[in-house]
Design a protein around this ligand. Sequence first.
Ligand code: HEC
Length: 180
Amino acid sequence: MDSFEFNKIAAAVLVTALLFIGIKEIGNFVYKVDKPKKSAYKIEGVADNTKTTNEKVKIEEKLASIKPLLASASIESGAKVFKKCAACHSIDKGGANKIGPALWGVVNRKIGGVQGFKYSTAMAKYGKNWSFEELNGFLHKPMKYIKGTKMGFIGLKKDKDRANVIAYMNSKSDTPIPVK
Ligand code: HEC
C-alpha cells in the first residue's frame, strides 16, 4: 500500500467518523425538546402539582374581590351550585358532619372551628375566619388555597358560581351578613 492509498483510507475513515458525530449532533439539535413547564392536559378532579408557589401567588392576585358580585348574587342559583357540595356537607341548621364539616352558619365562623370534626392540620391551623374573601379564595381552588386541606374538591372556576354559593351559605345562618 503506497502512502497515497493509505491517505485515502485514512481520509475515508476520518470522514465517516466526522459524519457519524455530525449526524448525532444534528440529531441532538433538531430533536432538542423544551419540556413544558405545565402539564398540557388538565384532568378534572386531579390536582396539578407542577405549579410553583409563584404561580399560586398569581392565581390569588388574579381573583377579584367577590363583594361586588355578592350584591347581585342569587341564593336560588347558589342552592343549585351547592348540589356539588351536598355529598360531603350538610348545610341546614342542626345538620351533622359528613365527609366534610357541617356548614350551617359557616360565614364568619372560625376556619376549622366545628367541634368534633377531624380537620386536616392545614385547615385546623389556618387561624382566620371564613370571611367572604377567604371563602372566595378557598372555593376557587381549595387544594391550592389551603395546601394540605383534605377537601378533595377541584373548585368552582366561575366567579358567579362562587358568589351564588357564598350567598346561599350566608343565608343558611342565624345571622346572615347583609351584602346589598
Ligand atoms: C369530596 C367531599 C367534599 C366536597 C365535594 C366539598 N367539600 Fe368542603 N370540605 C370537605 C372536607 C373533608 C373538609 C375539611 C377540610 C380539611 O379539614 O382540610 C371541607 C371543608 C370545607 C369548608 C371549611 C369549613 C370549616 O368548618 O372550616 C368549607 C367552607 C367548605 N368545605 C365548603 C364547600 C363548598 C361550598 C363545596 C361545594 C362547592 C364543598 N365544600 C365541596 C369535603 C368536601
